[in-house]
Design a protein around this ligand. Structure first.
Ligand SMILES: Cc1cc2nc3c(=O)[nH]c(=O)nc-3n(C[C@H](O)[C@H](O)[C@H](O)COP(=O)(O)OP(=O)(O)OC[C@H]3O[C@@H](n4cnc5c(N)ncnc54)[C@H](O)[C@@H]3O)c2cc1C
Length: 384
C-alpha cells in the first residue's frame, strides 16, 4: 500500500493551495451574494488546467489523473467552495462528452469548457423530483433533423449563467424508465429557453435555479450518445464526481479546522490559551481524524477510477459521509470562535451553508446509502 502522492500531484497541490489562499480566499465573503462568479475567475481556472482535465489534449485537456482532479477540488474549495463547483460541473459534463459524444461534437463542445469560456450545467432534476432521476418527464420530440424540447428543469447549478447544458429528456415512454431518456447538449441562449435564480441559503454565487424549455429546437447532431442512453451515461459519470464532491466539502472543513487551531492557540480564557482545555482541543482532534478518514475514502475511490476498477459504492459512501461530516465540523469550528463565529465576518458560517447544499445536491444521503446497501447486500436490498 502506498499513500504517497507523485511529484506532479504534490506540485499541483502546492500550486493550487497557494492560488486559493492568495486569489480566492480574500474575495470569498464578498462573493456571498446573488451574483455570478466573475468570468475572469472562471477563465483563470481554465488557465490552471483544472477544468475537465481528462479530456483529450487536442480538445484542451491537461492530462491530470482523477486523484489529481480530487486534489484540485479540495484545494480550490479551501479558498472558495463555489469556485470548485466550476471544476465539478466541467469534469462531470466534460467526462460524459469525452466518453459518449462523437468526434465532431467533442471538437466543438469541449474546448470552451476546458478554457473556462463556458460553464456547463447538468439538467437532470425536475419539479416532480430529483431522487427518482430515471423518471424525468421533459419531452424531446423528433422533428426532422432536430428535436423539440419542452419541459422544466429545476435546482440546476449555474442555471443563471451556464452557456450550455447537458439536458436529460425523454425520447421514449415513461414506462421505459431510464432506457427512454436521452442526453442533449443545449445552447442555453437558444430561443425558447428561460431561466430563474433561487434565493438560497448558501452557494449563492452558483446561481441555482430553473430552466424552462418551450419547444426549444435542438439539432439532432446535439444529441450525445444513442437515443435512450442519456440517463445511463450520467449515472456512470456520477460514480467519480461523488468523490470530488466529498473532497470539496473536506477542503472547506479542513480550512476552518486549520484556522480554528490557530485561533484557539492564541485566544485566552481563565488565564490560559483555549487550546489548553480538552473541551476545545478534543473536538478539533476528532475533526482532524474524521476528516482524514473521509478523505482517504474519497481518494481510494478516485485511485480505483484511475486503475479502471469498480469504485461506485465507495464514491456513494464518500458522497454521504464527507458532506455530513464537514457540515458538523464547520458548525463546531463556528462554536469554538465564540460570539465571533456567529458574525458574518468569519467564513465558517458561509462554508457551513455552502456545504449543506451538497448534502442534497447530486443525491441525498438516503439515496447514497441505498447504493451502498445494494452493493454490500445485493439486489434484494433494492427498494425500487
Ligand atoms: C446545491 C444544489 C445543487 C444542485 N445542482 C443540481 C444540478 O446541477 N443539476 C441537477 O439536475 N440537480 C441539481 N440539484 C438537485 C438535486 O440533485 C436534488 O435536489 C436531489 O437529487 C434530491 O431530489 P429532490 O430535491 O427532488 O428531493 P426528493 O427526491 O423529493 O426527496 C426528498 C427527501 O426524500 C428522501 N427520499 C426520496 N426517495 C427516497 C427513498 N427511496 N428512500 C429514502 N429516502 C428517500 C430524500 O433523501 C430527501 O430527503 C442540486 C441541488 C442542490 C441543493
Amino acid at each position: 500500500m502506498d499513500f504517497a502522492l507523485t511529484g506532479e500531484q504534490e506540485l499541483l497541490r502546492d500550486t493550487l493551495r497557494d492560488f486559493a489562499r492568495r486569489e480566492l480566499l480574500p474575495g470569498y465573503a464578498a462573493r456571498d451574494k446573488d451574483e455570478d462568479l466573475p468570468p475572469a475567475l472562471v477563465k483563470k481556472l481554465g488557465e490552471l488546467g483544472v477544468l475537465a482535465p481528462m479530456v483529450d489534449a487536442k480538445h484542451g485537456g491537461s492530462g491530470l489523473d482523477y486523484v489529481a482532479l480530487g486534489i484540485a477540488h479540495e484545494e480550490i474549495a479551501r479558498g472558495d467552495f463555489n469556485a470548485a463547483y466550476v471544476l465539478l460541473l466541467s469534469a462531470l459534463v466534460g467526462a460524459i462528452i469525452a466518453r459518449s459524444a462523437d468526434a465532431r461534437q467533442q471538437a466543438v463542445f469541449l474546448p470552451p469548457i476546458c478554457r473556462g469560456d463556458l460553464i456547463p450545467a447538468l439538467g437532470v432534476t425536475e419539479p416532480s423530483g430529483g431522487s427518482d432521476a430515471a423518471h424525468v418527464k421533459m419531452q424531446a420530440r423528433r422533428d426532422g433533423d432536430s428535436y423539440l424540447l419542452t419541459g422544466e428543469k429545476t435546482s440546476i447549478s449555474f442555471s443563471s449563467c451556464a452557456g450550455a447544458a447537458l439536458v436529460m429528456a425523454r425520447t421514449g415512454t415513461l414506462e421505459e424508465g431510464a432506457r427512454g431518456v436521452s442526453a442533449f447538449y443545449v445552447d442555453l441562449n437558444s430561443p425558447g429557453v428561460t431561466r430563474t435564480r433561487f434565493r438560497d441559503l448558501g452557494s449563492r454565487a452558483i446561481g441555482r435555479g430553473q430552466l424552462f424549455f418551450d419547444s426549444v429546437r435542438v439539432p439532432a447532431e446535439s444529441r450525445v450518445g444513442a437515443e435512450g442512453a442519456g440517463f445511463i451515461q450520467v449515472m456512470q459519470g456520477f460514480d467519480f464526481s461523488r468523490s470530488l464532491i466529498g473532497l470539496m466539502c473536506i477542503g472547506a472543513a479542513q480550512q476552518s479546522v486549520d484556522e480554528t487551531c490557530a485561533y484557539v492557540a492564541e485566544r485566552e480564557a481563565f488565564g490560559a490559551p483555549l487550546a489548553r482545555f480538552e473541551g476545545v482541543s478534543f473536538p478539533l482532534a476528532e475533526a482532524a481524524v474524521r476528516l482524514r478518514a473521509a478523505r482517504l475514502l474519497c481518494y481510494e475511490a478516485l485511485w480505483l477510477k484511475d486503475r479502471g476498477e469498480p469504485h461506485g459504492w465507495l464514491s456513494a459512501g464518500a458522497k454521504w459521509l464527507a458532506p455530513e461530516l464537514s457540515a458538523q465540523v464547520l458548525h463546531q469550528c463556528l462554536l469554538l470562535h465564540g460570539h465571533l463565529g456567529f458574525s458574518l465576518d468569519l467564513p465558517h458560517q458561509q462554508r457551513m451553508r455552502d456545504v449543506i447544499g451538497l448534502e442534497i445536491g447530486d443525491g441525498t444521503a438516503q439515496i447514497m446509502k441505498t447504493l451502498v446497501a445494494r452493493e454490500i447486500i445485493g439486489k434484494v436490498a433494492r427498494p425500487y
